[in-house]
Design a protein around this ligand. Structure first.
Ligand SMILES: C[S@@+](CC[C@H](N)C(=O)[O-])C[C@H]1O[C@@H](n2cnc3c(N)ncnc32)[C@H](O)[C@@H]1O
Length: 218
């Protein structure tokens, strides 16, 4: 495989969604509400780029750890930095029409996701621990979205996201994508331990910022 193959595969789609977007990095946990709302990057461009790349790859199955917990009070193509900081990810995956399996440990979040995606027969919501869910999952994963344990001091978020990747690893399609949220905080945040392990598994890094996207082609 040519060393630039992943970039060649992805670059036009990334240019489309990231034009004019700059994403600051925050190295601690102590972000102010103002930082969260107005300074941080938002998941939207990376989610849209990931969907286009997944379609280009011919992927069929999305597995998400960490359902949307913020009710969607507007159209999906509208953007409001106050409301869209988490990302509404489940709603975006739902609109692809692909098979979406989304799990959350909190029944209230599962309810938000289930109500939002109620009209989408391609979406299944599970109320369970993400790692246990991945252990039981018997399908092939084309896109793994890791966005569960919050990047807050005292929570083993880096370890848990690494563990989630390790459990999902044998179920990932050879050609697949892994997207991780909150990698712009706390020295890599949710991806601090997972990203190096994912790269060692043959994935190329496509971008780093609020979210990190990795692609394996061969
Ligand atoms: C940042 S939110 C997810 C946001 C969502 N992806 C979006 O775009 O709106 C993190 C979610 O992970 C869930 N979570 C925390 N620990 C978990 C675990 N052990 N297993 C599954 N979900 C978990 C939380 O309940 C919360 O809803």
């Amino acid at each position: 495989m040519h060393p630039n193959a992943a970039w060649e595969f992805a670059k036009d789609i990334l240019h489309t969604h990231f034009q004019g977007v700059t994403q600051p990095m925050f190295f601690g946990h102590e972000l102010t509400p103002e930082d969260h709302t107005t300074r941080r990057g938002k998941p939207r461009p990376s989610i849209l780029a990931t969907i286009d790349l997944l379609k280009k790859l011919g992927g069929k199955t999305i597995v998400e750890i960490g359902c949307m917990r913020q009710p969607l009070t507007h159209e999906l193509d509208e953007f409001n930095p106050v409301c869209c900081n988490d990302g509404h990810s489940t709603a975006f995956w739902a609109m692809t029409g692909l098979a979406v399996h989304s799990v959350d440990i909190d029944p209230a979040c599962c309810q938000v996701a289930a109500e939002t995606c109620g009209a989408c027969p391609n979406v299944s919501i599970y109320c369970a621990d993400g790692i246990e869910f991945l252990r039981q999952f018997s399908g092939v994963i084309d896109l793994l979205y890791l966005d569960a344990w919050d990047a807050i001091e005292g929570i083993p978020y880096a370890e848990k996201h690494l563990e989630a990747f390790q459990v999902a690893r044998p179920k990932l399609a050879r050609r697949s994508l892994i997207l991780i949220d909150d990698t712009d905080v706390a020295f890599g945040g949710k991806g601090r331990q997972a990203i190096p392990a994912i790269i060692r598994d043959g994935y190329d890094l496509l971008f780093v910022g609020r979210q990190t996207l990795l692609l394996r082609l061969d």
